[in-house]
Write a protein that binds this ligand. Structure first.
Ligand code: KIV
Length: 277
């Protein structure tokens, strides 16, 4: 490989081949600078529909549109050269039938440069997953707590406890059989996540699941302490950037009000520095 050539970007197949190997690392991203920062550290980056809550102040992911996903997908793509980019299909863009799902998934792939899409749902989405995969679109599935169904689920509750475990196991089997290259397991008991990880031949990506999953994902603003409206139990805060930013804004406001900012080094002289005449 020449000095100027880049490591080729990871593909959905690369992610699938990591089943049972070194854990897959993933975070969400919605902007170019954040994507640049995580490119060397993440195996795949998800342009999640969580963008609606995290960056747009929406109360849930239900109001996220195709145009929003395209815009954020394009921004993230500009920041990635190694990690696979997966883009979420927003609520309403794939549930009505396979043709609509294909048209919207194809638009996301074509207009953002994504290497795969993600959609929520198990057995009832298996036909759609199969349809997309057969037509060249790699699909990551998402089961357990599926936030787009928050109204039907009665809140952001743990899924698959006790007798409900079998339904999640069946969902995992269905999406794997349909051809998904990986499956996100959200907010399910750890022992259930371990069982599914052992059962299916595709990588499981945990969020509120188990350290035994084949990989982990978090919403980046949660783990950096930038989204603080609420903190799910499964989030580990690796920084408190929200607090740091608030302190910086407060210090700036105090400086401006006291005329401490700008200082001499921030303003311009009326002659060009170094000019002799
Ligand atoms: O939208 C999102 O951010 C997600 C992940 C948290 C899995 O779906």
């Amino acid at each position: 490989m020449s000095a100027t050539s880049k490591t080729p970007a990871r593909t959905a197949d690369d992610i699938r081949s990591r089943k049972g190997g070194e854990p897959l690392v993933s975070l969400t991203a919605y902007t170019t600078p954040m994507a640049q920062l995580m490119d060397a550290h993440c195996d795949f980056v998800l342009v999640g529909d969580s963008v609606g809550m995290v960056l747009h102040g929406l109360p849930s992911t239900l109001g996220v549109t195709m145009d929003m996903m395209v815009m954020h997908g394009r921004a993230v793509a500009r920041g990635l050269s190694q990690a696979l980019m997966v883009v979420d299909m927003p609520f309403g863009s794939y549930e009505s039938g396979v043709e609509a799902a294909f048209a919207n998934a194809a638009r996301l792939m074509a207009e953002t440069g994504a290497g795969a899409v993600k959609l929520e749902g198990g057995r009832h989405m298996a036909e759609t997953i199969g349809f997309l995969v057969a037509r060249g679109i790699p699909v990551m599935a998402h089961i357990g707590l599926t936030p787009q169904s928050v109204n039907a689920l009665g809140g952001y509750k743990v899924q698959g406890r006790d007798a409900a475990a079998q339904a999640v196991i069946d969902d995992a089997r269905a999406v794997a059989d349909a051809g998904a290259f990986a499956v996100v397991l959200e907010k399910i008991p750890a022992s259930l996540a371990d069982r599914i990880t052992a059962d299916v031949e595709i990588p499981t990506i945990g969020i509120g699941a188990s350290a035994g999953c084949d990989g982990q994902i978090l919403v980046v603003d949660d783990m950096l302490g930038m989204f603080t409206a609420f903190k799910p139990k499964f989030v580990k805060r690796y920084a408190e950037l929200g607090q740091t930013a608030e302190q910086a804004v407060s210090a700036y406001a105090a400086d401006v009000r006291a005329r401490r900012f700008p200082e001499a080094g921030h303003v311009f002289a009326d002659t060009t520095p170094g000019a002799t005449s």
